[in-house]
Design a protein around this ligand. Structure first.
Ligand code: ACM
Ligand code: ZN
Length: 541
């Protein structure tokens, strides 16, 4: 008994290494390892940063700019570069024994040291420092801000941690998109999936096909209220698109923040805006308008016409040149085959290829496009419907109709990104009773913060199959989300649960997650002026 009490006392002593009057530091997503010690470190009002490897300077500058932005509340110290490590409070370095995104962060009397396996490792370490500094501000007195000494060793569980923004149903300016990217960086997310083409608007300039944006980027009006029950339209023309210069700027901005941009060019469905511009690539061949309501249209690209595939290859040729990442998302969801059944060109191709149904035309297109993109050094991602049209074994499947498609894909050896609507459709309501809780009007569904956090990407998979899960993603479809403020309300704080699930190996309870969020992340949301939803922090589910 005595021995047991002694052990308990020792364990308690380990837990309370943090000086009594400093609160324990939290980091979201939870790091792989973190230990605070008894030392009390004063954070100077001006932090001199030294980069031991000059490749780290741009990331350090971007961090200084981000942390310095909107610093009217004086939450952060001032930052400046110093030429010598000896005079710096924060030293950044590379350590090739670590993997690329991995970092080791140490805080002691000599200051802060971050070592990363690559630039991205140091970058994510800096974001942990951002959270630590926020908490040191709550330990401030007339002598400055204080934090306990600590060691953090951290690396992500998944190499793909994504967030999608639909810029078709509503258009978001380059500045808005940059804000979305800033929000992603704050959560250590590293893939921005940019939904650029859909029925309601084509948003990317393609030089060879100028009508795509001249005609296809504008709709004459938009449905008012819920599309399922409304026949009222606002009569207001709506549109916008990104020039290739804009696209390059966003890609550059994201890269500076260690985020890869994956463009999505939808095919063979969600093609009304493209068909309004170039009707010859549809089965019917005429009478298309950029769509003014939401849903699934039966108008799709005609796969039987060779011209369509050439057109899509031309488009993707320009797209491939704009996005340096290895993946291009080719959509593939919600493509009804009704038009293919009626179309002489499509029926002929079905016959020539010996297919039993026109559904297989989707697989035909996928193989053509995948082979073409391979010549450009690119791989493809498609929504889980591509499994039904005859998927290749090299395409990556993005599971959205729950996790089932992802499980099926992993079992047959395809790489998978899990973005199930059941857990990561952030356009869904956040509380059980949205009207009573004053949630803004939305598409429907219910995905609470707790539901996001509860996602297990490996559920239903054997140890051998788990390796096919490359990552997790949250999606924001914007039919009912017209502004960046509204975007922020929908993604915050649920993106933090995505971060926790995709970065952290350490599972925590929902209650503990909410508590850690309030300490580590919410002050940053406030600092940056993000319009986060506070239901979870008011105990509303
Ligand atoms: C989807 O939500 N249609 C991918
Ligand atoms: Zn056709």
């Amino acid at each position: 008994m005595k021995q047991l009490l002694k052990l308990i006392a020792m364990a308690a002593a380990l837990q309370t290494l943090v000086p009594a009057y400093l609160s324990a530091v939290e980091i979201v997503p939870a790091p792989s390892f973190m230990r605070e010690n008894r030392s009390i470190v004063r954070i100077p009002s001006e932090i001199g940063i030294h980069v031991s490897d000059k490749s780290l300077k741009p990331a350090a500058r971007t961090f200084m700019d981000s942390a310095g932005k909107k610093n009217d509340d004086g939450l952060f110290p001032e930052f400046k570069f110093v030429p010598k490590a000896g005079t710096a409070f924060m030293v950044l370095d590379l350590d090739t024994s670590l993997s690329g995104e991995e970092y080791v962060l140490e805080i002691g009397q000599a200051g802060i040291s971050i070592k990363g396996g690559g630039i991205s490792g140091v970058w994510w370490g800096l974001h942990s420092v951002m959270q630590i500094l926020v908490q040191s501000a709550s330990n401030a007195d007339e002598n400055g801000m204080f934090v306990s000494g600590m060691v953090v060793k951290d690396k992500p569980a998944f190499s793909y941690r994504g967030a999608m923004l639909d810029c078709c149903r509503h258009f978001f300016s380059v500045d808005d998109v940059k804000t979305y990217i800033d929000i992603m960086a704050l959560h250590k997310l590293n893939v921005f999936h940019w939904h650029l083409t859909d029925d309601q608007g084509w948003r990317i300039e393609i030089k060879k096909y100028p009508e795509l944006t001249r005609k296809g980027s504008f709709r004459k009006e938009t449905v008012v209220g819920h599309a399922a029950s409304s026949d009222t339209y606002d009569g207001i023309p709506y549109g916008g698109y990104y020039t290739q210069k804009d696209i390059r700027e966003v890609v550059r901005y994201a890269a500076e923040r260690q985020i890869t941009v994956i463009p999505e060019i939808e095919m063979p469905g969600h093609a009304m805006a493209a068909l309004a511009a170039y009707p010859q690539f549809g089965c019917v061949g005429h009478g298309y308008d950029v769509w003014t309501t939401w849903g699934v249209s039966k108008e799709v690209f005609c796969i039987g016409k060779q011209g369509t595939i050439e057109f899509l290859k031309d488009v993707l040729d320009e797209v491939a040149g704009l996005f340096p990442g290895e993946y291009i998302h080719i959509g593939g969801d919600e493509a009804p085959s009704e038009r293919w059944d009626e179309c002489p060109d499509c029926r002929k191709l079905v016959e020539t290829e010996g297919y039993s149904t026109s559904r297989e035309l989707q697989g035909y297109l996928l193989r053509e496009i995948e082979a073409f993109l391979k010549t450009k050094g690119k791989k493809i991602i498609g929504w889980d419907e591509i499994l039904d049209g005859g998927v290749t074994n090299t395409a990556t499947v993005m599971s959205w109709r729950g996790p089932a498609g992802g499980i099926r894909a992993a079992k047959q050896g395809n790489h998978v990104i899990m973005s199930p609507n059941s857990n990561f459709y952030l356009d869904y309501y956040q509380t059980e009773n949205p009207e009573k809780n004053g949630e803004p009007h939305g598409i429907g569904g219910y995905v609470s913060l707790e539901k996001c956090l509860s996602f297990d990407p490996y559920d239903g998979l054997s140890d051998d199959e788990k390796k096919y899960i490359v990552g997790i993603q949250a999606n924001l479809w914007t039919e009912y989300i017209p502004s960046m403020n509204h975007v922020q309300h929908m993604v915050l704080p649920r993106l933090a649960a995505l971060a926790e699930v995709s970065w952290s190996e350490n599972k925590c309870s929902y209650q503990d997650f909410v508590r850690r969020m309030e300490v580590a992340m919410v002050p940053l949301y406030s600092h940056f002026g993000y319009a986060y939803a506070d239901y979870a922090f008011r105990g509303i589910r």
